[in-house]
Design a binder for this molecule. Sequence first.
Ligand code: HEM
Ligand code: HEM
Length: 129
Amino acid sequence: MKPDIQHLDDIKILVDKFYDRIQRDELLGPIFNGIIQNRWPEHLEKMYRFWQTVLLEEHTYYGSPFPPHAKMPINKTHFDHWIGLFSKTVDELYEGEKAEKAKWQGERMASMFQFKIAYYQENNFKPLT
Ligand code: HEM
Ligand code: HEM
């Protein structure tokens, strides 16, 4: 039986392991590394706060999740792959209610991003927040 996600430290372990995998991934690695470059420490800090807000209901993330993704060259293939890697990482480390919630929220966010990016691309890059 694995533990569930309970504390900020559990989130840090999850986020570190996920983005380590992302950075070495053939499909997603070049996209993330190309945009983030030497700002990984800052990106990881942001993602700790994002998941802390979503899963532990401790409101430490105050950004807008979507806008940075609006013009990225990504589609269903990328999002399916993102979800696969994220769910696999959650399952390797944790199980329980929060672990399920993490996967569910990841999937919802991915569908929402995908829908908005497709709209954005179809409407000739008119801004959509
Ligand atoms: C994974 C968890 C989350 C999911 C599934 C989610 C889902 C959504 C959905 C469905 C919308 C409406 C999108 C639209 O109108 O096109 C939205 C908008 C938004 N969300 Fe979230 N959200 C999540 C986490 C967060 C967090 C943690 C924050 C910040 C603390 C946040 C900030 C926002 C902002 C700023 C908007 C835009 C509002 C607007 O411009 O209309 N979201 N989100
Ligand atoms: C293939 C899909 C995805 C790609 C390629 C991607 C890529 C990126 C990159 C490169 C950044 C850094 C932007 C910058 O600082 O310049 C970023 C930020 C972020 N991503 Fe993603 N992402 C993807 C999917 C997701 C999903 C599904 C979620 C939510 C569960 C998410 C949540 C976030 C958040 C919260 C930020 C920080 C936004 C901010 O406050 O600045 N991303 N993403």
